[in-house]
Structure formats: C-alpha cells, structure tokens
Design a protein around this ligand. Structure first.
Ligand code: SF4
Length: 166
C-alpha cells in the first residue's frame, strides 16, 4: 500500500503557530485515514518549535529552496532567525518519507514549511508569493509529488496511478 505524508494541521491537530489546526473535511482524506495510509508530520513541531509560536515567513521574497541552500532566512515576526529549525524539520519529514517509501504528500498551502503553490513574501502583510516552503522544496527535490489541501482530487488520481504501476 502506498502511504501518504500529510501535514498534521490538516487533520485538525492544533500545531499551527497560533495553536489552531486547519482540518480538512475532504472525503479523500477521510478515506485515506480509514485505510491507514496517512503518515502525519508537522515539520516545525518536529524541529522543536513551540506551540504557540510567532508567525514566520521566508524573508525578502525568497524560496524554501534558497533557505535549504543557505541563501535565505526564515524569520519570525519578532526578527528571530529560525532557519535552522525549518531546515531540520524538512529533513525529518524527508527521513519519514524515505523510511516508508512514500511518493506523495499533502501539505498545507501557504505555510513557510508546507506551502506548495504559494507562501508569503516575508513582509508580514499577507502578500502571497508563488514559491514553495522549505519542507515542500526538499521533498520535491527528492521526487515526491506534493499537493495542497485544495488539490485532493488530483492527489487521489495520482495515487491510483502509483498503485497501478506497483
Ligand atoms: Fe506544521 Fe506544516 Fe501545519 Fe505549519 S503547515 S502547522 S509546519 S504541518
């Protein structure tokens, strides 16, 4: 069976910076949960960041990949540099993926760790920026297909294809 990595907050776990979850009630997730496919991760909490914690963004409209390369920083709204924690969390997510031979992930859109089609631009003004977060960038580099919670139908179709070729 193909396992699916999933952002903990999408299952309603209260791990977001503000202590909330972001539960998705999409039937695809409910079915996968019932089948025991979901491998749950919160990269930021795995890296030891507390709940709650200040909001963080990748500074200066850079990307998660640039953070991994040491070319950009993740800063909290108070100016604290949390880049190393974000990189550590991404590596822990990658280790989980490798341990279970996972090829697909559903990660929370917009997050500086988990965003895939957009993150925020580092200005803390709510300005979207079309880049991937740190964990997403590392997983994509390893060949994992990352979908957001808005792409669950596409993800389900992709998972079916994976299982056909198994
Ligand atoms: Fe954790 Fe990712 Fe959800 Fe942020 S978006 S709370 S890092 S699982």
């Amino acid at each position: 069976m193909q396992y699916v990595l999933i952002s903990a907050c999408l299952l309603g776990r209260p791990v977001r910076y503000n202590g909330s979850g972001a539960a998705s009630d999409h039937p695809v997730l409910a079915a996968w949960n019932k089948e025991g496919r979901l491998i749950v991760v919160c990269p930021e909490v795995a890296a030891g960041l507390p709940i709650p914690r200040p909001p963080a963004e990748i500074a200066a409209a850079r990307s998660g990949w640039q953070v991994l390369q040491g070319e950009a920083q993740v800063l909290e709204s108070n100016g604290q540099d949390v880049s190393q924690a974000f990189v550590s969390g991404a590596r822990q997510a990658l280790a989980m993926v490798k341990a279970k031979n996972i090829q697909i992930a559903i990660l929370k859109e917009g997050s500086p760790s988990c965003g895939s089609s957009y993150i925020y631009d580092g200005s803390f003004t709510g300005t979207k920026h079309p880049q991937a977060g740190v964990t997403t960038a590392l997983l994509q580099d390893a060949g994992i297909r990352v979908f957001s919670e808005a792409e669950l139908d596409e993800a389900a179709a992709y998972l079916k294809c994976l299982e056909v070729v198994e």
